[in-house]
Design a protein around this ligand. Structure first.
Ligand SMILES: [Zn+2]
Length: 592
């Protein structure tokens, strides 16, 4: 047992005894056997199934997916905290290959659903037996115009193992190995990427400047490899888009998110029009810190009197208090992550950078990984990931596998709401104006980081993909594209150094998840709107919120949100969300 302030490592023993356990191979084999039975029974016959028979088939399909996912998820969890262990690496590769081979056996389902005649689909959609699979069927049809022949789909998935997935993994392995001999207040030792990044929030300006410079210098040095990875992945994406007949690089993402391009454009334009408010905040921050002008390494600087280190036990208590303030049952769900050993918080060599929550499958409790360095922002990260955890737990309670995962635009709802609840609670308990200013600043900076900066990333990503269509993009050109968005965002409020241009090389999301960043902005602004509803309606809001989270991925986002009174096609919706940021910046001005 760990003492309260020992940073926990998670226990994965309830999934499998170890990375070499024979149970894993038994499950991989069982999944394959289920897939063979499923294929023997349904292949070539899907369009002829009556609604009851299709419902039965989908239930078996969920059972088989569950078997496929469990070993894969275990391998991915184990690998994220021990990227250099050979047995774990080999397990991850074996699980990936086996899952792909198994899924290839049942890929016909998507293809046949997509190709089913309209009148058959209409009968399915009208049948009570298939009521809970309506959105799944809609989604299967959604990709119909872009789905290829089954053999081609299988070949593409197989080639992805040594293609895009291998390139992504190369980036992880490259950056997980970064160590920095770094001196802080007389102590020099090797630090991980995550630790040095944490020092960009140090109170000492020199430490911040050196930490930022060390990280960017390292990415600059590795940029030939990283630019090659990016050029390969972007070209891979473009070629596959051509095969599938998508009109633009962001096409598959928007289709998957079930949002029209107009929603993305309205969101991005509203946020870009709001950059001057961000710049106003940066000027106020410079004044509060006694600087003429902020530099990029000051953007995350703490306010001297508000700086504090948060022990793990306090982080746990604060986050649980915040969740309980919204609803005690949500606090209980979050607390189980701690008591059941489902959090890995300790930073260590070989562990992946960043943080995530793995939703697993319904019936299998989600897990949270983060690198806790004791800063207020780490406490927010904990609230964020536990928000995901609560979302998964509620959806896991109410939905079966095919309706379980929230669609991407909704994926950040509970996580960001968790952060808002945390800040609200901390602000309520705090009387010291200096600390209140600090807390408000943290919230504003989170909003700027989650909304404005993610829109910057997305604009860069759109431009970089467009540029890649014209040929290889040299690293220097990626720098130029990156700097252009930084210039728009920071204006003359923040001084930039030439080395800042290498920032693109250090953003894992731009490697692993295409066009994912805008969903952070979507999620945050959505949460501001929901948060206003909570402030207005109090306890009456909670059942609506729980209903929204418990819906998982059962409906398209617009339909789920319409039920809680939100219209995502209304441009004012985004402006209302941004007004919350403007209001916070005005409150902050009064405290400077
Ligand atoms: Zn998240």
């Amino acid at each position: 047992m760990s003492t309260p302030d020992t940073l926990p490592r998670w226990a994965l023993g309830s999934l499998y005894p170890s990375v070499t356990a024979p149970e894993i191979d038994a499950d991989l084999a069982a999944a394959k056997a289920l897939a063979e039975v499923f294929a023997a029974r349904y292949q070539g016959a899907v369009a002829s199934l009556a609604p009851d028979a299709l419902a039965e088939a989908l239930v078996s399909y969920e059972v088989l997916l569950d078997r496929v996912y469990r070993p894969q998820m275990y391998a991915s969890l184990a690998s994220s905290v021990d990227t250099f262990d050979d047995a774990t690496r080999s397990l991850q590769a074996r699980c990936g290959e086996s899952a792909t081979a198994t899924m290839n056996l049942v890929r016909f389902l998507d293809v046949e659903l997509a190709a089913a005649p309209e009148d058959v689909v209409a009968a399915w959609r009208a049948a009570p037996a298939l009521a809970r699979y309506t959105h799944f069927l809609d989604r299967a049809r959604l990709f119909a115009p872009h789905t290829l022949d089954r053999r081609v789909e299988g070949a593409l998935a197989t080639k992805d193992l040594t293609g895009r997935r291998a390139w992504s993994q190369l980036y992880n392995e490259l950056t997980a190995g970064f160590t920095f001999p770094f001196e802080v207040r007389g102590e020099t030792r090797d630090r991980t990427l995550s630790e040095v990044r944490g020092l960009r929030m140090d109170a000492d300006r020199d430490v911040r400047a050196r930490a930022q410079s060390a990280v960017l210098e390292r990415f600059e040095r590795e940029s030939p490899v990283i630019a090659y990875i990016i050029n390969t992945l972007y070209q891979d994406h473009r070629l596959e888009n051509e095969l599938r007949g998508y009109a633009e690089p962001v096409g598959p993402t928007l289709l998957d998110d079930e949002l029209p391009r107009a929603t993305l454009d309205a969101l991005m334009t509203a946020v870009e029009d709001h950059y001057p408010v961000a710049q106003e905040y940066f000027r106020l921050k410079a004044r509060a810190l006694g600087l003429d002008r902020l530099a990029t390494h000051d953007v995350l600087a703490p306010y001297p009197e508000g700086e504090r280190s948060v022990p793990w036990s306090d982080a746990r208590a604060e986050v649980l208090r915040a969740f309980r303030a919204l609803d005690p049952s949500l606090g209980d769900i979050a607390e189980a992550f701690f008591t059941e050993g489902r959090i890995d918080a300790e930073p260590r060599h070989g562990k992946r950078d960043g943080a995530y929550c793995s939703g697993m499958v319904p019936g299998l409790a989600p897990r949270v990984m983060l690198n806790y360095n004791g800063r207020l922002s780490d406490v927010s990260t904990l609230a964020h990931e536990l928000g995901h955890g609560v979302h998964f737990a509620l959806a896991g309670h109410r939905q079966s596998l095919l309706n379980y995962w929230p669609t991407t635009p909704m994926a950040e709802t509970a996580s960001v709401f968790g952060e808002m609840c945390l800040t609200r609670n901390l602000l309520e308990a705090e009387r010291d104006p200096a600390v209140r200013r600090q807390l408000l600043a943290a919230r504003i900076e989170d909003a700027l980081g989650t909304v404005h900066r993610q829109v910057c990333f997305t604009r860069y990503e759109l431009n970089a993909h467009a540029r890649r269509a014209a040929g290889i993009v040299p690293a220097q050109e990626l720098c130029a594209l990156w700097s252009r968005e930084a210039e728009r965002f920071y204006g003359d409020a923040v001084e930039r150094s030439p080395r800042d241009a290498w920032g693109w090389a250090g953003i894992p999301h731009l490697i692993h998840y295409r066009f994912y960043c805008y969903s952070y902005a979507f999620g945050q602004l959505l949460v501001f709107a929901l948060y206003r509803q909570w402030e207005r309606d109090g306890a009456a809001f909670v059942p609506r919120y729980v209903e929204l989270l418990g819906s998982g991925g059962r409906d398209a986002p617009a339909a789920m949100l319409a039920r809680v009174g939100i219209d995502v096609t209304d441009p004012d919706f985004w402006r209302r969300g941004l007004e919350v940021v403007t209001g916070m910046v005005e409150d902050f001005r009064a405290l400077v």
